[in-house]
Ligand binder design. Structure first.
Ligand SMILES: NC(=O)c1ccc[n+]([C@@H]2O[C@H](COP(=O)([O-])OP(=O)(O)OC[C@H]3O[C@@H](n4cnc5c(N)ncnc54)[C@H](OP(=O)(O)O)[C@@H]3O)[C@@H](O)[C@H]2O)c1
Length: 296
């Protein structure tokens, strides 16, 4: 198996690169500067040069609030780019693995979303990601789309790192407690994508759309409490968190109240399930502080 990973400088892309290095999997990692997925000729050249057995798209426009003001850029990167990746990979007979989002749903379902639930994005980001999914399905049969949620890890920017930064400087702050989802560690997601990639090259691929997210549910408030509790051993700081409502924390983009994804199908087809998010959160915080100690 040889992977071509696009969006290699993002939090997922970097985790994929690190995991492939540990596993000794041949991988061509390309950042936005090396391959812009909104440029068809760059995509075609990247695929021709790397000659991969699978293309993995970890590139995306992920600024959920800014997307409300940059709809055409979000559409370009999250829909037109994946459409071009689908075309270029299909032209060469190479499978495509693509990552999508819980924000394709409106959050009105009372239980966790399954793959066949109707999509109904609330904002520009979700609309652009949903359009990207649809484009891939119509262009490239040999695709695996993996919807995930609330992604965090040791690389890049994410909610966990924002909470650590706040804990370093503030006595307390409010966190939204009426939106629930499944915090998903990049380590689990990267493992899931590699397993799916291995299946595509093994000849017994299971094309289609899947959900893969962290095990167990949380509100942003519960997630923040676990992050803050995990950092106490390293900083001695014990800030106080206050549960607030979505209305008390207005944002430009509307977000689903229920973002929970049911990952059972992925587990039954690919045999991989994420670890409980609390376990992963503690280990990510530990790794971040261990890295900081080494760098100090
Ligand atoms: N983050 C979440 O909470 C979340 C939740 C659900 C689903 N997802 C999905 O998970 C996937 C991975 O997200 P992530 O959290 O790793 O995102 P991320 O950290 O924002 O990384 C995205 C990467 O895409 C790159 N990129 C942007 N435009 C590009 C272009 N035109 N061509 C090539 N690369 C481009 C960015 O480049 P620069 O580094 O140069 O900016 C960045 O490195 C995405 O599909 C995202 O929609 C994320």
């Amino acid at each position: 198996m040889k992977l071509l990973v696009l969006g290699a400088h993002g939090q997922l892309g970097r985790e994929l690169g690190a995991l492939c290095a540990v596993r000794g999997i041949a991988t061509k990692l390309m950042t936005r500067l090396e391959c812009d997925i909104s440029n068809f000729s760059q995509i075609r050249t990247a695929i021709e040069d790397a000659s991969p057995s699978v293309v993995v798209n970890a590139a995306a426009y992920t600024k959920v609030d800014q997307a409300e003001k940059e709809a055409s850029l979000a559409q370009l990167v999250n829909c037109d780019g994946p459409a071009m990746l689908a075309q270029a990979s299909a032209d060469r007979g190479i499978p495509l693995i693509h990552v999508s989002t819980d924000y394709v749903f409106d959050g009105s379902k009372p239980s966790a979303y399954i793959e066949t639930d109707p999509v109904m994005p609330l904002g520009v980001y979700g609309l652009s990601k949903e359009a990207g999914e649809s484009a891939i399905r119509s262009i490239q049969d040999r695709h695996i789309i993996v919807r995930t949620a609330w992604v965090y890890g040791i690389y890049g920017r994410n909610f966990l790192k924002t909470m650590l930064d706040l804990a370093a400087t503030r006595e307390g702050w409010g966190v939204v407690s009426d939106q629930v989802g499944n915090p998903t560690a990049t380590a689990d997601l990267a493992e899931a994508l590699l397993t799916a990639a291995e299946k595509t090259s093994g000849g017994d691929a299971c094309w289609g759309t899947y959900h893969f997210a962290g095990q167990d549910d949380a509100s942003w408030f519960e997630f923040a409490e676990e992050i803050v509790a995990s950092q106490v051993a390293f900083t001695g700081k014990r800030p106080t968190l206050k549960a607030i409502t979505t209305e008390e924390f207005p944002t430009p983009a509307r977000r689903p109240r229920n973002s929970r994804l049911n990952s059972d199908l992925f587990a039954s087809v690919f045999g991989v399930r994420a670890l409980p998010w609390r376990t992963r959160t503690r280990s990510v915080v530990e790794t971040i502080f261990a890295q900081r100690r080494r760098q100090a």
